[in-house]
Design a protein around this ligand. Sequence first.
Ligand SMILES: CC(C)(COP(=O)(O)OP(=O)(O)OC[C@H]1O[C@@H](n2cnc3c(N)ncnc32)[C@H](O)[C@@H]1OP(=O)(O)O)[C@@H](O)C(=O)NCCC(=O)NCCS
Length: 180
Amino acid sequence: MGQPEDIRMDRPHLNDLPGPVIPEGYELLTYRPELFEEWVGLLDRAFPEIAPFDPGSWAAQTVERPQFRPEGTFFARRDGRLVATAFAWLDDPDETELGRVHWVGAEEGHRGKGLGRLVTVATLHHMAGRGLRRAMLDTQRYRLPAIKLYLSLGFRPTSGSDDDRAVWAEVLGELGWTEN
Ligand SMILES: CC(C)(COP(=O)(O)OP(=O)(O)OC[C@H]1O[C@@H](n2cnc3c(N)ncnc32)[C@H](O)[C@@H]1OP(=O)(O)O)[C@@H](O)C(=O)NCCC(=O)NCCS
């Protein structure tokens, strides 16, 4: 699943998860088939540098695969519009330990309100609830707001190589982040 430019973070357990906080005016919901087109539209808005998402290929890598779980696929909605999302994934459908937090995004006008945190926390609770033990994610070094969010939720950098270690040293330096 990982791409060459990806950097990985891991949460070594799913204990001590914070409770989900739903900001006023928003609702938290899970996937239903009638939300599929809106989900793709939200991805276009949350990831303009990747858009446009192709509905057919998005379906092929999500809802049409055996590990897709509607109840592990979260959205924040306001005034009938999806504005943030994240979902739980298993790289291998038979995986029993390690969940992947996948495609966390909020559209620009709704960032900074706690929605990225909400959908990520909801995803982690879902993983814990189905008996998974650990979580991981891939991100990119330029996604500093996301990395700061993941650090605050107990994810830590995972380095498989010297290059990874160098990238992480730079990223943590840019964030001014130190373990305390
Ligand atoms: C990453 C993203 C999902 C965060 O969503 P959000 O709703 O804006 O984040 P929240 O309001 O829940 O903030 C949660 C934490 O994230 C961090 N954070 C959020 N925005 C930040 C920013 N602009 N700069 C630094 N840290 C930031 C903070 O730690 C924040 O906690 P705090 O408010 O207690 O300081 C959002 O910025 C986004 O969609 N970015 C583009 C897509 C992307 O990069 N997705 C991640 C893919 S791996």
